[in-house]
Write a protein that binds this ligand. Structure first.
Ligand code: 15L
Length: 272
């Protein structure tokens, strides 16, 4: 299926977010883009359509998936919050995206998961891969584990091809000692999304999404198997990052960093 120009059509949810804006720019020359967010977005350029909708609205998602070849699902709450808010945005919202994709016969979904699914693995356990046991560090991490479960269900039961990207620390450059291990650069993020959209026989895949960091805690074999060849390594910024950190160079005990602190969840312990 393709649009009038012969380009394949990709729906991006969360297109106004920090990752969404970078992925939009990286994909726009290669796909017809349908860009969905509840927040305001830049006006549509050539080959783009902009939709204002919430992922809580299943009907809007079904409409948005019409004629789409692949969905890149980035929408959701990106950090710890009240459980009820997390569950609605990240679990129900993801279920709606997958169900809309199924109803419209979309072939493939790339889902933004997170390294916080395994945040309670100690940094000494390097390098863990997608087969490591889930050890979520927050309600947020639990919601991303549920996202992976939903992706698996829709792959096994309905034949949707699904990639769950356990994204590390996305940014223009690494900030803080932890990110020397967890950084994902802008261009590597775009490449990962493209590889997930294009790899033949994706099936159901979970992969960590980070740059080629020398200090990585996560195994990138699953990404390499899709053809991913990272162009960046946080090590190039190590001197600067360590100088900025001053005396604060201890990366802590767990891979999830501050997300593993009791206080991170207690601040949001209210359910509604
Ligand atoms: C994530 O999953 C979050 O969305 C982001 O805000 C960062 O905290 C990132 O992980 C990280 O681990 O650095």
């Amino acid at each position: 299926m393709s649009n009038g120009d012969g380009l394949r059509r990709v729906l991006i949810t969360g297109a106004a977010g920090s990752i969404g804006r970078v992925v939009r720019a990286g994909l726009r020359d290669h796909y017809a883009l349908r860009l969905l967010d509840r927040a305001a977005q830049e006006p549509a350029g050539d080959g783009e359509e902009v939709i204002t909708a919430d992922i809580g609205d299943l009907d809007a998602l079904v409409d948005a998936c019409e004629g789409v070849d692949g969905v890149v699902h980035l929408a959701g709450i990106p950090a710890e919050d009240r459980f009820s808010a997390i569950a609605e945005a990240n679990i129900t919202g993801t279920a709606h995206v997958l169900e809309a994709a199924r109803r419209q016969g979309v072939g493939r979904a790339v889902l933004a998961s997170s390294n916080h699914v395994t945040g309670f693995h100690p940094i000494s356990a390097q390098r863990i891969g997608p087969d490591a046991e889930p050890r979520p560090d927050t309600f947020y991490g639990v919601s991303k584990l549920a996202l992976e479960g939903l992706g698996c269900l829709y792959a096994e039961k309905f034949g949707l091809e699904v990639a769950c990207l356990r994204i590390g620390s996305f940014g223009e450059r690494p900030h803080g000692v932890r990110s020397l291990s967890t950084w994902l650069s802008h261009r590597d993020a775009v490449q990962l999304v493209v590889r997930c959209l294009e790899a033949p026989d994706l099936g159901f895949t979970i992969l960590y999404g980070i740059s080629g960091n020398s200090r990585a805690w996560w195994d990138l074999s699953a990404a390499h198997a899709l053809g991913y060849e990272p162009q960046d390594d946080a090590e190039a910024y190590a001197q600067e990052v360590l100088a900025d950190a001053g005396a604060d160079v201890d990366p802590g005990v767990y891979q999830g960093g501050s997300f593993t602190d009791v206080q991170t969840t207690l601040e949001h312990v209210e359910y509604d």
